[in-house]
Design a protein around this ligand. Sequence first.
Ligand code: FRU
Length: 625
Amino acid sequence: MNKLIKASILSIAMALLPLQFELKANDDVVVKHLGKDNIIFRDGSYIQNSLVHVAKPGNFLLLPVQDNSDEAKVKVLVNGKIDRTITVRLAKTKVDYLFPLDLRPYEGKDVVLNIEMNQNRSSMRDPGEEACWEKFAVVNQVDSSNIEKYRPLFHHTPLYGWMNDPNGMFYKDGRWHLYYQWNPYGSKWQNLSWGHSSSTDLVNWEHHPIALEPDGLGMIFSGSCAIDHNNTAGLGKDAVIAIYTSADLNQVQSFASSNDNGKTFEVFGANPIIATDTEARDPNFFFHEPTGKWILVLANALNHEMLIFSSPDMKNWTLESSFGKGLGAQNGVWECPDLFELPVNGTNEKKWMLICNLNPGGLYGGSGIQYFIGDFDGKTFTPDIDQNGKVPTKWLDFGKDNYAGVSWSDAPDNRRAYIGWMSNWQYAAEVPTKQYRSANTLPREISLFRHSDGQIYAATLPSPEILSIREKASQSLKDFTIGEKPRLISLPKENDGICEIVVDMDSHNNCDIVLELQNNKGDRTTMTYDPARHTFEVNRRHSGDTSFSVDFPAITSAPTFERDGKLGLRIFIDRSSIEVFDKNGKFAITTLVFPEVPYSTLAVSAAKGKGFINDLKVYPIKLSK
Ligand code: FRU
């Protein structure tokens, strides 16, 4: 048929059709809403199918997102073919923020979003009414400057979007690489990819393009990286190898390699390299010198155990053993393992430490990092037992907000530096930030010490680089007695009071010592050293906004390990987090807080007697870069 006739028949047919689609356009996109008759459900809900055609050239399409909207399925069609499918909370009633979809790879091609949006009974609207349609925009540059009052200064955060576990960290050529579970299209968990940042000093982080994106095997869940110094995989000496979980209907383990220091990865075509019959994830691997083999630990999540594999080349793995059934905290699921050897401070002894993150079932509910100390012979991990013949449960952090912690591979000077995700699955998706969610903990160095109970424990202290961001002390107080009436000490006025507080105190074993962070809105976080119980606790019940989750207001408490009534602490405050470290690292407590305005005062007092402060300093923290 002649083209002209065909076109005119088509336009007559279109005019005669009932309103099958509605057309709506702004300058940047053309939106078509398709009819709903075929996809209506019994309860009246239906799936609205709409098409968004990118009508203007540019580098990025901004997706209008509403944090609490339903998830829409978005197929990105490039010249009619599906390039990717993403899940986006497209705005229904108001736009909270705009997330960029990178159009640069599609230059000169037709890009259409084929969108399926649920219209359920509680939020049913006419398709044309959704807040998103008019707000799609094409831009050449993304403005990701911070708009959040709670964004920390010296902790790593993604520029925008949701972040959970740290992944695949390695050190190479003077750079600390940090990948993270990232949703580039919203601030709740979805579209899991590996975001990428790196730093030369563990403080100033540079943001890099996305490193691994969902593929045909699913989303890119957690995993690890190692450097192939001896070219055992045959992909080049010093290639960076990543092994991670591909998560779709099943969870399987996949392999990728990088020859540009982790900037881009080539995904192995014959993935998966490990498939088990139950939910297993978060492979963590390293080269084991004594056996000359690679070792990989995999969380057998629902069975609360870790599977240990070995391999000559990182692609072919043999199951050697499993560890953990019936041991330690057994609730929830076991996730994100890590296994490494460390010297015991002050001895010639070396021990292995196995980290088994778990969620829920953490010490104070939700997520937590437990670990075991023991021996590893290249096949089996054998845990130490206590005086009662039991395998003790140990915790790496006594707050609620340190999860999925794992360490850097190939760190210099035999350092065992690790970092955690500073949140908790109980409320991570509800905390009062939107542009980004959430931050990492401070990077910390792990060492081992033997306590008087005969057991070996892990000590953690902020990485030494963190000392370099101290400014000149704004407060320096020495030798004073404290009683019930609090002594008020100002926190730095500038820079939202971001600081490190260093305090040495002596309870003379006859009082509790209370350190309280306060602001003029009545928000307060109360920290109490109790020498009789040998505990240090952090109470955030009145710390600020706690309303977003019943699980957030909490008191968490750490054993102090001391017996002489004296305690030295380093306390880091960074807008929405408080991290307390024993000065020797014997305990750490990580706590999120959301005060209405920054804390401005530290109130120091003693209860049930008189206490003594030997030394108290407040160091403002600023970043020079
Ligand atoms: C831990 C975890 C991992 C998983 C990832 C998915 O927080 O559940 O087990 O790989 O998050 O984002």
